[in-house]
Design a binder for this molecule. Structure first.
Ligand code: TXA
Ligand code: MG
Length: 319
């Protein structure tokens, strides 16, 4: 039996399988099996009313999970699936409450990773999968990260190497009213807007569905993280070093500061590369036992929007 066939067989028997996607690693369970879903919440330590994304092998599965599917969903799926876009649609009756957190909507996506797609095709059903980290922590972007976070609580971890995108999918609400981005991702509003014929708005609506990724303190390293204007970062580092702290700096330009308690990490000026490296870098800083992580604030433009969002949350969550 191949590894993927073994993984699909484990899913069928209600076990948890962690698998790579192009965004981050997912902690997968059979989305039609409430007992399997319950294991996800237990392994993650996640509140049970937080909904999960259901991963599908291809767009033809959409109608098994959603009803009243707007035309926009088909267009977006044709343009971006498989890919880092999650669509929130009205759920089909019968989709377990455990998956939707009891809401009348469901999150769906077709991930763009060869191993994930093989697994989904072999399983031939929906796989509910949050990011494979403990609740509130940084999403894993390698199989080793998953092992560190959840090691003994998963039946199997499929290793597909480092994730290409590196941060979580864009979540777009198409369940009623205007399309709305609930969580920004590397697939940005401009790209979505070209398909929709109008750029969607961002943020949480009143009565918005629960999105744990929208909690302020989410995606946080253990070490306190501060966002600093690029021009001020050398000063901020000097001050902290002067106070006897061990400092890690994530910034695009090296600066003329040399100190045994300072570790400088080159941040890419390319947002795609920055996203690819971000979570692994934050994990390294935690492992290196620094007292403070200083990150150069990213530019205020669309290409950096999702990264600015994750860094802001990391700063809020680590203090
Ligand atoms: O890139 C990703 O989206 C990764 C990979 C594994 O696919 N998954 C991921 O899952 O980030 P998770 O559970 O860590 O974050 C999914 C977010 C949560 O914040 C959840 O609240 C939201 O999606 N979500 C899921 N279903 C929803 C729904 N019906 N309405 C609103 N938000 C929903
Ligand atoms: Mg998550």
């Amino acid at each position: 039996m191949t590894e993927v066939a073994r993984a699909a067989a484990l899913l069928r028997t209600g076990e948890l399988v962690a698998f790579p996607t192009e965004t981050v690693y997912g902690l997968g369970a059979d989305a039609s099996n409430p007992l399997a879903i319950a294991k996800i919440f237990k392994a993650k330590g996640r509140p049970a009313d937080h909904p999960l994304i259901v991963h599908l092998p291809d767009v033809s599965h959409l109608e098994r999970w959603a009803i009243d599917i707007p035309e926009a969903a088909g267009k977006l799926a044709a343009a971006f699936w498989p890919g880092p876009l999650t669509l929130i649609l009205k759920r089909r009756p019968g989709v377990p409450d455990a998956v939707t957190g009891g809401q009348d909507t469901v999150g769906l996506r077709v991930p763009n990773h060869p191993l994930a797609l093989q697994l989904l095709r072999e399983f031939a059903g929906g796989v509910a999968a949050p990011s494979a980290n403990r609740f509130g922590r940084i999403s894993p972007t390698t199989a080793a990260h998953v092992r560190e976070e959840l090691g003994s609580s998963v039946a199997m971890i499929l290793d597909g190497g480092p994730c290409a995108v590196g941060i979580e999918s864009t979540i777009l609400d198409l369940s009623g009213g205007d399309p709305w981005i609930l969580r920004p991702g590397m697939l940005d509003a401009v790209a979505i807007g070209t398909v929709l014929g109008g750029t969607p708005a961002f943020g949480s609506k009143q009565n918005a569905p629960r999105v744990s990724g929208s909690l302020e303190a989410h995606y946080a390293p253990r070490t306190p993280l501060q966002l600093v204007a690029p021009a001020d970062i050398a000063d901020a580092a000097s001050t902290a070093l002067g106070a006897g702290r061990r400092v890690a700096v994530l910034a695009p330009e090296p600066f003329a500061l040399d100190h045994p308690n300072l570790a400088w990490h080159a941040a890419s000026a390319d947002p795609a590369r920055f996203a690819h490296d971000l979570y692994a870098a934050l994990r390294e800083f935690d492992a290196a036992a620094c007292d403070l992580i200083l990150v150069a604030a990213p530019p205020a433009d669309d290409a950096w929007r999702a990264l600015a969002d994750r860094l802001r949350r990391a700063a809020a969550g680590s203090n």
